[in-house]
Design a protein around this ligand. Structure first.
Ligand SMILES: Cc1cc2nc3c(=O)[nH]c(=O)nc-3n(C[C@H](O)[C@H](O)[C@H](O)COP(=O)(O)OP(=O)(O)OC[C@H]3O[C@@H](n4cnc5c(N)ncnc54)[C@H](O)[C@@H]3O)c2cc1C
Length: 401
């Protein structure tokens, strides 16, 4: 009997992670199809910030696994030039926003997700470059940190190749092939059919474009998002990764003694991915946005006063109707698994989501209960109503990483 064949569509962090876990399971042949180059979507544009401090039971439990896997991957991918930066992740809150976060501590305790509450004085002492307002509250995640996408993506792709994954770049999937209502493969742009025992779609903001051919859209909205790098400083900045919520931004140290700073454009309308072969390089940030972002963050990180941003990366983040990701079997399309819509946290989610997708593809169930992530949780009427709304980013979920 032939070994099963798994076809993954999309070569971002989620697709690569699924390929890695499938290849390691030894369950069969793994082919990954990517329309551009590996990482061409949001993954190469990400800040790479990782925290376990999410807001739902499933999210917190999943991130706990992700953080463990990031530490393990650091060992395994060390020879490929990747290192997880375990600098911790500091989540900042205004007093008004703190009450809502405090309500999550029983959940963090139950899942055994560690946290430290620190005030503005202690933040200044631990990281002298940070100068928060006196009433800022800090929630420190000692296991958090960041991964440099420019190191992580090539390292994971090479590890996949070494494990036998057949990565095909420059191949656009145009449709899913169905036989007796089961997905049995994919059609690529030149009309060629590729058979599969299991297809896994990890095409992020292209998801509804691809699903449109099969007739089952999901309630997903995408928004343009951008991050920047400073010029090199004279020495490495001693900083954790910071979700600087009161400053509408996030930041972290970056390679080459730089600092990475990112933020949303709250008033910008949602972005509808125009076509299957849409290229994210076409996205632009609004004129003057980088200066505005720097002005917002400067009170927290005064070193930015003397800095100009020298590099910009612009991509998309996407949100479902309830703000939780989509991981699981496509409704009414057996043979197809979906991994999509990880808000601004898909980089942080990737190790655990790859593992979950591999479990679903090989044994049909997951160790972690991920009912809350199931694509089947949305009904068609609610999905249609949501897709017909026209949203701005500020109308979506204020969720960071
Ligand atoms: C500026 C910015 C900063 C961010 N910062 C962070 C952060 O600090 N931490 C964090 O956790 N997350 C962050 N994110 C979010 C994170 O980047 C995404 O959630 C994550 O990269 C999603 O990964 P993915 O593999 O699902 O999508 P992608 O990386 O977009 O991959 C999807 C791939 O599918 C391919 N594809 C699409 N259609 C087809 C087709 N028909 N055939 C073949 N291939 C196809 C695309 O070319 C693409 O490469 C950030 C995002 C942005 C834009």
């Amino acid at each position: 009997m032939n070994a099963p064949r798994f076809v993954i569509v999309g070569g971002g962090v989620i697709g690569l992670s699924a390929a890695y876990h499938l290849a390691r399971s030894g369950a069969g042949r793994v082919i990954l199809l990517e329309q551009g180059a590996v990482g061409a979507g949001s993954s190469s544009r990400a800040g790479g910030i990782i925290t376990g401090h999410l807001w739902s039971q499933t999210g917190v439990a999943a991130r706990k696994i992700s953080l463990r896997l990031f530490h393990e991957l650091s060992e395994e991918l060390g020879a490929y030039g990747y290192q997880y930066q375990a600098v911790g992740c500091l989540n900042l809150f205004s007093p008004a926003a703190w009450a809502e976060r405090e309500r999550l501590f029983p959940l963090y305790d139950a899942v055994q997700t560690p946290y430290e509450i620190i005030d503005a004085d202690e933040i200044r002492q631990r990281w002298p470059l940070l100068t928060p307002e006196d009433d800022t509250v800090g929630l420190f995640d000692p296991l958090g940190g960041y991964s440099e996408p420019d190191d992580y993506l090539p390292a994971l792709a090479q590890r996949c190749r070494d494990l036998g994954v057949d990565i095909r770049e420059g191949v656009t999937v145009s449709d899913f092939v169905k036989e007796r209502e089961r997905v049995t493969g994919v059609r690529v742009a030149d009309g060629e059919l590729l058979e599969a025992d299991q297809v896994i779609s990890t095409v992020h903001s292209w998801t509804n474009r691809l699903l449109a051919q099969a007739g089952h859209p999901l309630p997903i909205k995408s928004f343009v998002h951008q991050r920047y790098l400073t010029a090199p400083l004279t020495k490495a900045a001693k900083l954790p990764a910071v979700n600087a919520n009161p400053y509408e931004a996030y930041l972290r140290p970056a390679k080459g003694n730089r600092i990475l700073v990112g933020g949303e454009t709250a008033d910008r309308p949602e972005f509808g991915t125009p076509s299957l072969d849409f290229d994210m390089d076409q996205l632009r940030s609004p004129s003057g946005f980088s200066d505005c972002l720097r002005d917002k963050v400067q009170p927290l990180l005064t070193v930015l006063k003397r800095q100009r941003f020298t590099e910009e990366r612009v991509g998309l983040i996407s949100f479902t109707m309830d703000g939780e990701p989509i991981v699981g079997a496509a409704p009414e399309l057996p043979g197809l698994l979906l991994g999509a819509s990880f808000h601004s946290g898909g980089f942080a989610y990737n190790p655990v989501v790859g593992k979950l997708l591999a479990e679903l593809a090989t044994v049909g169930e997951t160790e972690l209960n991920i009912e809350a992530f199931s694509p089947a949780r949305f009904c068609a009427a609610a999905t249609d109503a949501y897709l017909n709304l026209s949203l701005r980013q500020k109308d979506s979920f204020p969720r960071r990483h």
